[in-house]
Design a protein. Structure first.
Lengths: 343, 431
């Protein structure tokens, strides 16, 4: 059987390593094969391996050095009380983790992260879908509007954070504008009032990332075959019926992927908070996230051991969410990729 | 298209490799064998005359010591400590750097990161700088930094705004301060600016209440025990709470920075938007860089933190820091200590005073101090029975950081006096 396949497919699978090894072990039957084929094949094999090594090598090295190794190091440091000077020596077992889960401040960062995860989805999803549907219509200025919706996503977080924090100062442009148009009663300490700061953060996040969702959904919409809409129209379906029965279901995979990216982004949120509220007051303003907690109680406090433990907790939470989501929500979307197209 | 991408990728990889390579080769002292020495120097004056002062001083030192090259890196004040610790950990730290003292100094000494400069301090420096100023840097029979400026803390205020509000003189008790605050409110300015975004400026209010509430023994003792069980810590918090209840601070103080831009607390004072702020004696320099014409504020005044009734602390005691510079253990000893001795010479100290408007440690140079506010501050400093290090420095990075943020919580009405004590006690467990 193996011999048959190897002989039969030899001309077309000259680079197939498996066939090479089976022929080598199959004894007398491959004696009549022309000499000189195997060395050439071996060279080709070598080439292929070298090519893989050369091309993948740098990426693998970088990945292991800067992703895998730090994760391992963080797990190791997380078991120590360590100020960061010299090698860690004060082994404390799981004590750092006990402190994390007993810390009221950590519980509130979990709440903040959860709040942002849920409300980002609830707020951005529908608006982005509506915008995408709208921008999928033929109309004047469509290109311009698409660009404008997408612009905030392209601007770097630092610029967005700095810009909004200037605009939203107590004496900033937003309050001045509200005053100017006669809505002075709505003036507020957008950033420094702990009751509304997280809503401000949510709005800024939505403003920034909604363009990304719209672009994804637009791409998803483009891939829905025109015939379906025509058929539905012929069958007498109205515009909204078509959107509800055809567009949304077929947009499902895109929406689920977007939701996945949004959730992971919300869990790891750091830069906007850090830029707007700085190193110290995010927890006071009620906008602290797991990442700012890690920096505040790790790096800023010089507790590198404790900070590493927080990093591990954050990693596990993100990983767990990602795996659960992949398992239960993304399964049918990724089914083809993982099971090699078996139906 | 693909070829273009490959080309771009190749460039990106090349650039990345180059970055890595330079990243690895930078930093650290180098002695190339010819007696030529290169040192890196980190300070926190990123703008204005302060930056110019260090540039000039280093140039003057290099001219006198042709074998020594000093690379200057000015690092934004709030970023300095974190970067410094990361750099020291990785063995990539500077040779000379701004030393905050206190618990941070101790952590560095314990880790063997600092050079003992005791036997290298010049006779000139010993003569002109009081032993008391050095004492904060003494540990384990060694001396680990050279002081350059004394920075007593007090309230910096605008004389014009006080006058406009109808205030005579300066407050000496909390009741008087509260009266003045309501007068200032009536006159339409923010009474007190505080840069709570940076946490420490807010925490300084608590430090001073603690200084009035707690005895010297309690304050310094806590540096070793890191226990904050004495009732005076809660009293200080309660004093702070009742002060916060009078709503003395500028609007949106929680997101106000201390030193950056016209919207910062120093900027508010510099632009007559707020009448006063509590700050160390580096403030005049910061304020003058933020006035509309970038010149010193003409009506700037200073008064010591008011007396608070019912405490164990002396009403004349002060919070105050000493700014100094340390050499790291890996620094070339001769060149580095030469540089430290050089910066405390009389003429350089006078230059320091002019650049930073701060009180120099060299007593011969102190005579050139001419501003009335600095003279008042200097006199109060010399008169103080006890000068305490700023508590976040005294208690180290870990506890200090927790203390600072818990005080901000009280200011924002998210925490109580009791929380300050609990949070601070808890923080000790994390470190």
């Amino acid at each position: 059987m193996t011999l048959d396949t190897s002989l039969g497919t030899n001309p077309t699978t000259g680079s197939d390593r498996a066939s090479g090894s089976t022929t080598a072990g199959s004894g007398a039957s491959d004696a009549p094969r022309p000499a000189g084929r195997r060395p050439a094949k071996r060279i080709a094999d070598w080439r292929k391996r070298a090519e893989i090594a050369v091309l993948a090598g740098p990426a693998v090295i970088v990945f292991v050095t800067f992703v895998i190794l730090p994760v391992g190091m963080a797990a190791y440091y997380g078991f120590f009380k360590w100020q960061g000077y010299g090698p860690p020596t004060d082994f404390v077992g799981l004590q750092n983790y006990v402190i994390i889960f007993q810390d009221q401040a950590f519980r509130s960062v979990l709440m903040h992260n959860g709040f942002i995860v849920v409300l980002s989805l609830v707020l951005q999803g529908p608006i982005a879908i509506v915008l995408a549907l709208l921008l999928n219509q033929k109309m004047h200025g469509r290109g311009l509007i698409r660009v404008l919706v997408f612009v905030p996503y392209v601007i770097s977080e630092v610029i967005v954070g700095t810009g909004w924090s200037l605009l939203l100062q107590s004496n900033g442009a937003v309050n001045d504008m509200l005053q100017g148009i006669g809505l002075g009663g709505l003036r507020a300490d957008w950033l420094s009032n702990p009751d509304i700061a997280i809503w401000t953060l949510l709005l800024i996040i939505s403003w920034k990332y909604i363009g990304f969702a719209v672009i994804l959904f637009l791409a998803g919409l483009q891939s829905i075959p025109e015939e379906l809409f025509e058929a539905a129209a012929i069958d007498g379906a109205g515009y909204w019926q078509i959107q509800r029965r055809i567009t949304l279901p077929l947009l499902g995979p895109t929406i689920r992927i977007w939701a996945f990216l949004s959730i992971i982004g919300s869990l790891q949120l750091f830069d906007l908070v850090y830029i707007i509220w700085g190193q110290y007051i995010a927890s006071t303003a009620g906008t602290s996230t797991m990442a700012t907690y890690m920096v505040g109680n790790g790096r800023n406090s010089g507790n590198y051991g404790f900070g590493s433990a927080v990093a591990v907790v954050m990693f596990i939470i993100s990983l767990a969410v990602a795996l659960i989501y992949q398992r239960f929500v993304l399964r049918r979307d990724t089914a083809g990729a993982i099971t090699e197209g078996k139906k | 298209m693909t070829r273009k991408n490959r080309f771009a990728a190749a460039i990106a990889i090349a650039a990345g490799t180059a970055l890595l390579a330079t990243g690895c080769s930078s930093g650290g002292a180098a002695d190339d064998g010819n007696g030529k020495v290169t040192m890196t120097f980190w300070h926190n004056s990123t703008t204005g005359p302060g930056k110019a002062y260090w540039d000039d001083t280093v140039k003057a030192f290099e001219a006198k010591n042709p074998n020594v090259t000093i690379k200057i890196q000015a690092i934004q004040n709030e970023d300095l400590d974190g970067k410094l610790q990361t750099a020291l950990n990785s063995g990539d730290g500077p040779d000379v750097f701004l030393q905050r003292g206190g618990g941070k100094l101790n952590a560095m000494i314990n880790a063997g990161q600092l050079l003992d400069i005791k036997d290298s301090i010049s006779a000139d420096a010993k003569k002109s700088i009081s032993a008391g100023t050095f004492s904060g840097y003494d540990a384990k029979d060694g001396t680990y930094a050279m002081p350059v400026a004394v920075l007593p803390e007090g309230v910096w205020y605008s004389k014009d705004l006080f006058e406009k509000a109808g205030i005579d003189g300066t407050p000496t008790t909390m009741d008087e301060l509260n009266d003045d605050i309501s007068k200032l409110k009536d006159s339409g300015v923010d009474p007190v600016a505080v840069g709570a975004k940076d946490a420490w400026p807010a925490a300084h209010w608590y430090y001073n209440f603690a200084l009035r509430a707690c005895s010297e023994k309690t304050l310094t003792g806590a540096a070793d025990s890191l226990k904050f069980d004495n009732a005076c810590w809660t009293k200080a918090g309660k004093d702070l709470e009742s002060f916060v209840d009078t709503k003395p601070f500028n609007q949106g103080f929680l997101t106000t920075a201390a030193q950056q831009g016209a919207g910062s607390s120093a900027g508010l004072l510099a632009n007559h938007k707020a009448a006063m702020e509590l700050m160390g004696a580096w403030d005049p320099g910061v304020i003058s860089s933020l006035t509309p014409d970038a010149k010193p504020l003409p009506d700037l005044g200073w008064f010591p933190f008011p007396a608070v009734s019912g405490g164990k602390g002396d009403a004349k005691s002060m919070m105050g820091g000493v700014d100094g510079y340390s050499c790291t253990a890996k620094a070339p000893k001769k060149a580095c200590t030469d540089f430290l001795n050089f910066i405390v010479q009389k003429d350089n100290q006078e230059g320091y005073y002019k650049a930073f408007q701060a009180i120099p440690v060299n007593q011969d140079a102190q005579s050139v101090v001419s501003e009335s506010y600095l003279k008042t501050a200097l006199a109060a400093y010399k008169d103080a029975p006890f000068v305490s290090q700023y508590l976040d420095t005294l208690y180290g990075q870990n506890v200090g950081n927790a203390l600072n943020t818990s005080v901000v919580d009280v200011l924002a009405d998210k925490g109580t006096a009791k929380d300050i004590v609990t949070t601070t006690n808890q923080a000790a467990a994390k470190g």
